[in-house]
Ligand binder design. Structure first.
Ligand code: SF4
Length: 374
């Protein structure tokens, strides 16, 4: 039998830590944003009604990154509520990537055969205004998994030998104490066919001091590979403290990847995106995904078009090392999974002669070539 993991206790202990370390300094209300001069006081009432639906949390590390004098600050745009969130466009939906359609047991998403998502908690150190799980996370969101739900998730994973990788996501799993994370990592590692643990997190940026050596050690399990995937959207987020927190994982033998959400007014220009990718690589973090922003309710003002995303990817490819190239991906609404969405450099020529297939291939300067050459 796996050890039981009491997540209610875990959450209480997290809240205690937070209360001690930063909760009193994390901004959680429109009034607190006004006091910190991140919004003007005449916007409090308007933003309070948005906050009643979608939680606010801006940690001290993130507050420090915001320039309150800049109306278009790219960090503020990610975390300070906007009246535009009231506008829900016709295609937006509460569960844009269809987690629930692929959830055989509470907290577990089995969309692809060889891997599952395990959502232990639904709280984060910060709440992003574009979050694709914004209907699930936050104090009014879903509850952390109970001990029984965790046991059911383990039982499901144990009964499915095709599951090779478990991805801890949520919410942010690194809000849990090292003791709880260690218990989860060990319980999962005890399942023979699970070979890889992956953690998706914003903590090294939002709360870098939380990445202690104890927390890093908690994710290391004998005989299994652990990866940490950092959510980073703007080069300013990669402060020396954030990079030092990441280095603690990497130096301990836990490789890091990144995921970035393409956001209008935050990182939708070639210079910012290129700088972000370079900083990640300089910090030994391999850019993994550039997500086209999902159809979460009230987020249209932050989404770009796919054509814009493809044009940015072309510029990245043209000007930066292969190490700096993430895959530009879209999670197909409804739960059909994630696919790369270009840009395309290769097109097959119509096969008129039934001879060998020939291709038209475009180089990074836009020049077309025939392959194989004539
Ligand atoms: S950290 Fe991730 S899960 Fe949490 S609010 Fe941001 S995008 Fe959503």
């Amino acid at each position: 039998m796996p050890r039981r993991t009491d997540f209610s206790f875990a959450m209480r202990s997290f809240m205690k830590d937070e209360a001690r370390d930063m909760a009193d300094k994390t901004l959680r209300t429109a009034s607190a944003l006004a006091e910190a001069e991140l919004i003007s006081s005449d916007r409090i009432a308007q933003l309070q009604s948005i906050a009643a639906q979608y939680a606010i949390a801006i940690s001290p590390a993130i507050v420090d990154l915001i320039d309150p004098s800049d109306q278009h600050d790219p960090i503020a745009r990610q975390f300070v509520p906007d009246p535009a969130e009231r506008v829900v466009s016709p295609h937006e939906r509460a569960d844009p990537i269809g987690d629930d359609a692929h959830s055989p047991v509470d907290g577990l998403v089995h969309r692809y055969a060889d891997r599952v998502l395990l959502k232990l908690v639904y709280v984060c150190p910060v709440y992003c205004r574009f979050c694709f799980r914004r209907e699930m996370v936050g104090p009014r969101g879903r509850r952390a998994l109970s001990a029984e739900a965790i046991a059911a998730a383990y039982a499901y994973i144990r009964a499915h030998p095709e599951i090779w990788e478990v991805i801890l996501t949520g919410g942010d799993p690194l809000v849990l104490s090292p003791r709880r994370l260690r218990a989860v990592a060990r319980d999962l590692a005890a399942i023979e066919h699970v070979k890889v643990l992956r953690v998706h997190t914003r903590v090294p940026i939002a709360s870098p001091a939380r990445v202690t050596r104890d927390l890093v050690r908690a994710l290391k399990v004998q005989g299994k590979a652990a990866y940490v995937v950092l959510h980073a959207n703007h080069p300013r987020e990669l402060t020396s403290e954030a990079l030092a927190a990441c280095a603690r994982f990497i130096d301990a033998g836990i490789p890091m990847l990144s995921q970035t959400v393409l956001l209008r007014g935050v990182n939708d220009d070639a210079e910012t995106l290129g700088k972000l990718m370079r900083r990640l690589v300089e910090g030994r973090i391999k850019p993994y995904y550039l997500h086209h922003a999902d159809l979460a309710p009230g987020t249209a003002h932050l989404r770009t078009t796919i054509a814009d995303g493809q044009a940015l990817m072309r510029q990245l490819r043209g000007h930066h090392s292969g190490l700096c190239q993430p895959a530009y991906v879209l999670d197909i609404p409804g739960g059909s999974g994630k696919v790369p969405i270009g840009p395309q450099y290769l097109a097959a020529e119509p096969d008129e002669s039934a001879g060998p297939v020939r291709y038209q291939i475009e180089d990074v300067s836009g020049v077309r070539h025939t392959y194989p050459p004539e």
